[in-house]
Design a binder for this molecule. Structure first.
Ligand SMILES: *Cc1c(COP(=O)(O)O)cnc(C)c1O
Length: 415
């Protein structure tokens, strides 16, 4: 019998059946037929330490035995309080309040609404959002509006709001980005960026110096600076947060994916005192009007607090540095291979583009490559002709070898 399930970003007419996953352990997933798959994209960028880290599993079991879920409007609970204190202790300076939601997209929606609320409550007409070319901020309507336009959102274009778009600051072209920002910032409510790397836009990297300069321009014009660290947060770029490499503190910080170590859905939007204070009033019309049913689910908060404890106790940064070095060593062998272009790395993430005549999304190279790797027990999900590896931090050198050997084989077949 065919499945009634409608899958995300999947064209069912092209792939009638999907493998059933039954187990996860460390860097591996296991299928119902017993085959193992190396999870080289961390199950869509969420798994940081590995599947089912024992401390996260224990925290989840412990919490579910006490409180499963409670309304969070006008009530609170210890898991949410503990997590908020834990996040503020490690977040860039100046962030003072934590708003919970359930996904990266909602973390960004909340950030955009906070920015608009801030300006409205201050009585200033600033509502325009500035965003980067190639940006991705999620798939609900607000984040889609801030994200790059293309085949993924063409059907929904009539719903999307207009934003000021900055050219991507590719190496050597940073000044164009900064000049465009300088023009747009004085009228705008906020700039939203993925710091240092545009993920879904193709793993495109830009410099910490440019990120720092963008922040300076925003500061000069009072424009709020939103860092969408949904993907980059929790170590992906080699530091706990990507903003740390530019030594900047955003006005609003969006976290999701790795917040619970990837174990449960949870998001947090952190804001400065000034943004909170703009909503703080005995006048109820100035309330921050946002909630979702599962805001601050206690089990998810407990998982996130266990994740923070792992970061505190386990030298995760050393592990990440070692992973970065192992990635670099293997990646460097591809730098002189003419079948690849733009061989690049940021922290634990590597990416390289396969030289093919038509790299467009609809040419379908991505799914063909994915099937090729899956045949070899490897979960990679190329973005068009961009092959990237974003593994859980527990991945071993031998496991990385499997991946790079397969990429070499793929080049022989597809390039
Ligand atoms: C994945 C992602 C999102 C959206 O997160 P979801 O949990 O999938 O809604 C937002 N921003 C960035 C930078 C992302 O990579």
């Amino acid at each position: 019998m065919s499945s009634p399930v409608w899958h995300p970003f999947a064209q069912h007419a092209l792939i009638p059946e999907f493998p059933i996953i039954t187990h996860g352990e460390g860097a591996w997933l296991e299928r119902a037929d017993g085959k193992r798959i190396l999870d080289a994209i961390s199950s869509w960028w969420v798994i940081t330490h590995g599947h089912r880290h024992p401390r996260i599993v224990a925290a989840v079991k412990d919490q579910i035995d006490r409180l499963d879920q409670a309304i969070f409007a006008n009530f609170t609970h210890q898991p949410a309080e503990d997590l908020a204190h834990g996040l503020l202790a490690i977040a860039p300076p100046g962030l003072a309040h934590v708003f919970y939601s359930d996904s990266g997209s909602t973390a960004v929606e909340v950030a955009l609404k906070m920015a608009l609320g801030y300006w409205r409550n201050r009585g200033e007409k600033r509502s325009r959002i500035i965003a980067l070319e190639h940006a991705y901020h999620g798939d609900t309507v607000g984040p889609m509006s801030a994200g790059a336009r293309g085949v993924f959102n063409a059907a929904y274009e009539p719903l999307l709001f207009d934003v000021a778009r900055l050219p991507f600051p590719s190496p050597g072209r940073e000044q164009q980005t900064l000049d465009a920002l300088e023009r747009e910032a004085p009228q705008a409510a906020a700039l939203i960026v993925e710091p240092l790397i545009c993920g879904a836009g193709g793993m495109l990297i830009y410099s910490p110096g440019t990120l720092r300069e963008m922040k300076r321009i925003c500061e000069r014009h009072g424009t709020l600076f939103i860092a969408d660290e949904v993907m980059t947060g929790f170590g992906r770029t080699g530091t706990l947060f990507a903003c740390g490499q530019a030594d900047i503190a955003p006005d609003i910080l969006c976290l999701a994916k790795g917040l619970t170590g990837g174990s449960l859905p949870l998001a947090a939007t952190l804001a400065t005192r000034a943004i909170f204070d703009a909503h703080y009033s005995t006048d109820r019309s100035r309330t921050f009007f946002h909630s979702s049913s599962f805001t601050a689910n206690p089990v998810a908060c407990a998982a996130a607090t266990a994740n923070l404890a792992i970061w505190r106790d386990e030298n995760v940064l050393d592990r990440i540095a070692a992973l970065g070095a192992m990635q670099a060593e293997r990646l460097n062998l591809f730098r002189t291979d003419g079948r690849f272009a733009d061989v690049r790395r940021l922290g634990t993430i590597t990416a390289l583009d396969l030289n093919v005549p038509d790299p467009g999304y609809l040419a379908g190279l991505g799914p063909k490559l994915m099937a090729f790797f899956l045949d070899r027990g490897l979960l990679l999900r190329p973005l068009g002709n961009t092959i990237y590896i974003m593994p859980p931090y527990c991945v071993t050198a031998q496991e990385l070898d499997l991946l790079y050997d397969a990429i070499r084989e793929a080049a022989a077949k597809f390039a």
